[in-house]
Design a protein around this ligand. Sequence first.
Ligand SMILES: [Zn+2]
Length: 218
Amino acid sequence: MRITFNVLAIIACSSIVALVLAAEHPVASVSADAALAKLKEGNLRFASSDVSQSKPTAARRAETAQAQHPFAIVLGCADSRTAPEIVFDQNIGDLFVVRTAGNLVDEHALGSIEYAVDHLGARLIVVLGHTRCGAVTAALASDTAPGHVQSLVRDIQPAVKAAKGKDGNVTDLTVAENARLMAAKIRNEASLGEFAKEVRIISGVYDLDTGKVEWAKD
Ligand SMILES: [Zn+2]
């Protein structure tokens, strides 16, 4: 009996420790692989025009008003045709989205991603480029641009170089390279600490014509 009691006491204590730890560092809202499956299913619904009819709902707004548990982080282009919530057929509260023209990763983007992993429990990070990206097209045309657009064309140059000499449409190749390089940058520079081993980082390209996302190998 004493042994049983001790075992129970240990289990009870570890449950309390687990609860305390969970409060400080939320467990994954959804595992990275399950999150990717949800995004693929959602994109299939969107591309086949079979999107959910009831979104976003007031009920979902109420449900998420006090706390958020997004199941994935998406770094996408600011392009008005590529809203991740729409192309993945998701609701408010589902995706933690960071958008810059050319889906470029800067300090603010890294900080936002780290926050979503550490505090919100997201474990999948997607970098989403798209066909006919204006920022990539500008970077292919010139490595200089007026004002702060310069920072965009400058930071896309590594992708321009990586795509050079490859067979295929140069814009499509550069878009894919840029998304892949940004995923690598997150992998190398984001401080994910103890969560790094649970996190999956993958890039993809959204096709403006078909509505489908083509995924790269991560
Ligand atoms: Zn774009």
